[in-house]
Design a protein around this ligand. Structure first.
Ligand SMILES: CSC[C@@H](O)[C@@H](O)C(=O)COP(=O)(O)O
Ligand SMILES: [Zn+2]
Length: 217
């Protein structure tokens, strides 16, 4: 249970930011079949006591309803009595907040992120060389090389968490779930969105380059 009292205006700001991001991502087709979930943290961060607004489970994220979000604590439990169910993947958000102290976490499923997570599953990470969008992660080295971690996907969400704990790295603000999707985070909604967009660009780039290079071999 969280003991924080969060100002109403902070909660409202989080909800309106979520609404804006959800609408934009929906317009890009980033929530196929009700997939995906979004969250924004509110109040102070303490790994043992924090709260965040998260999308309710199973909703059509391309439409707005008064029942799209709820507030949960660091254990993913609703902060107030509600009949809404938090995202089935809320425990993943809880863990990422605990590990990173991030301010927002966005999760989407796309064909590119799903295909690439399977293609590179044997090496458990996606290698990326010198793509300009790496700078979107605040990595400014010339011809930077990064490896984006991929973790196992299980139907039982708590089983996914330990591998996330083990695999996420400080300088890469995201993790792929095998044949599932990407979790990207940032200090706030603006940064989490920038990171997610950079990841999606990179996945499509890696996919297309790999296909071209294979064709030429
Ligand atoms: C409907 S397929 C996607 C879900 O299984 C899940 O991975 C997902 O991203 C959305 O779950 P949700 O509980 O709505 O947050
Ligand atoms: Zn998902």
């Amino acid at each position: 249970m969280s003991f924080q009292q969060i100002a109403l205006e902070d909660k409202q700001r989080a909800l309106s930011e979520l609404q804006e991001v959800k609408e934009l991502f929906a317009s890009r087709g980033w929530f196929p079949g009700t997939s995906g979930n979004l969250s924004i943290r509110v109040g102070d961060f303490n790994p043992n006591d924090f709260q965040f607004a998260v999308t309710a489970s199973g909703k059509d994220k391309t439409v707005h309803t008064p029942e799209d979000y709820l507030f949960v604590d660091q254990d993913g439990k609703p902060c107030e009595a509600t009949r809404l169910k938090p995202s089935a993947e809320t425990l993943i958000h809880c863990e990422i907040y605990k590990l990173t102290g991030a301010g927002a976490i966005f999760h989407i499923h796309s064909v590119f992120n799903s295909v690439i997570s399977e293609y590179f599953w044997d090496r458990k990470s996606v290698p990326v060389d010198g793509v300009e969008l790496i700078k979107g992660f605040n990595i400014w080295d010339e011809e930077a090389h990064i490896d984006i971690p991929i973790v196992s996907n299980f139907a039982h969400i708590p089983s996914i968490v330990p591998e996330i704990t083990e695999r996420i790295v400080k300088h890469i603000p995201g993790v792929l779930l095998r044949k599932h999707g990407i979790y990207a985070w940032g200090a706030n909604a603006f940064e989490a969105k920038r990171h997610l967009e950079a990841f999606e660009f990179i996945f499509e780039y890696v996919y297309r380059l790999e296909l071209l290079q294979r064709g030429n071999r």
